[in-house]
Design a protein around this ligand. Structure first.
Ligand code: 48H
Length: 260
């Protein structure tokens, strides 16, 4: 029994188109599929919300695959253990209140849990802009293929509506920086109204501030993970990842509250 090439093509296009059309109006668009974005998406989908993750790479996991300096291990503190336990990630205690886990196992299990919870993941897709309404609130995301972006082709983007957008783009805080660049007069919910920028490494402070910095930074835009510290001028923390999971969960909790 064989299948024709056009039948394969039809299967791919129909499946993709059905899911893409269904995602055109989502509850939450999560930009970035690193640990904070995937955790946030997982908890949102668990509440029955319609969630899309847009990831410009061909894979999710962000900066977690390579652990610390390519040693594929991550460090997790006690406060984040319950979240990792819910993903069934195995952790080994190594220092009081701290655990070490396999970064590849963690990416895989978080991704599987998010997909099982109903999260739609779109890889190879860059968020290049946001949809704006009344010049004061964000209403969705503007999308293009990463390949188009890399080739610098002049191809107009498409768009998706979302009630909330979560900037989980890591060190770049790409969504928030794009808003500030496109609307220079806008005032972000920071001390100066601008992006404050990431500070040098100070693990303890970086980790404690990341949860506090997880909040709505612009109407309908929440910031999570490393992007939160980049926006609010807090330090980086190296290969301690507990804060990414705690921040992702807090972003989801805030979003759930806002959508009620
Ligand atoms: C689509 C985009 C876009 C875009 C970026 O970097 P990440 O892993 O982010 P977090 O915050 O979940 O985790 C941070 C962690 O990995 C890390 O870097 C740590 C702990 N660093 C500490 C230190 O001291 O260095 O993931 C962000 C993802 C990536 O996969 C990007 O490709 C993606 O977002 N992304 N996707 N459209 N415009 N911009």
């Amino acid at each position: 029994m064989g299948i024709s090439e056009i039948e394969v093509t039809r299967g791919i296009l129909e499946g993709f188109t059905r899911d893409f059309l269904a995602a055109l109006k989502s509850d939450v668009a999560v930009v970035g599929g690193g640990p904070s974005g995937m955790t946030c998406a997982y908890y949102l989908a668990g509440e029955g919300l319609k969630v899309s993750v847009f990831e410009r790479n061909l894979h999710v996991g962000g900066g977690m695959w390579g652990g610390g300096m390519l040693f594929p291990r991550i460090v997790i503190q006690e406060e984040a253990r319950a979240i990792l336990d819910s993903f069934k990630v195995r952790l080994e205690p190594f220092s009081e209140g701290y655990y070490v886990g396999d970064s590849v196992e963690t990416v895989s299990k978080v991704t599987a849990a998010a997909v099982d919870a109903g999260v739609k993941i779109w890889v190879g897709v860059s968020v290049e802009d946001v949809l704006i309404r009344e010049l004061e609130k964000v209403a969705g995301v503007v999308l293009n293929w990463r390949a188009v972006e890399l080739a610098q082709l002049h191809v107009d983007p498409l768009a998706m509506e979302a009630k909330l957008v979560v900037d989980a783009t890591g060190h770049e805080a790409d969504v928030v920086r794009t808003i500030k660049r496109k609307i220079p007069d806008c005032i972000l919910n920071t001390t100066t109204g601008d992006v404050l920028g990431e500070m040098p490494m100070w693990a303890e402070v970086g980790e404690s501030m990341i949860v506090e910095n997880t909040r709505e930074v612009y109407p309908n835009v929440l910031v999570t993970g490393m992007a939160a510290n980049a926006v609010y001028g807090a330090p980086r923390m190296g290969a301690i990842f507990g804060g990414m999971f705690l921040s992702g969960k807090k972003a989801a909790d805030l979003a759930i509250e806002m959508l009620k």
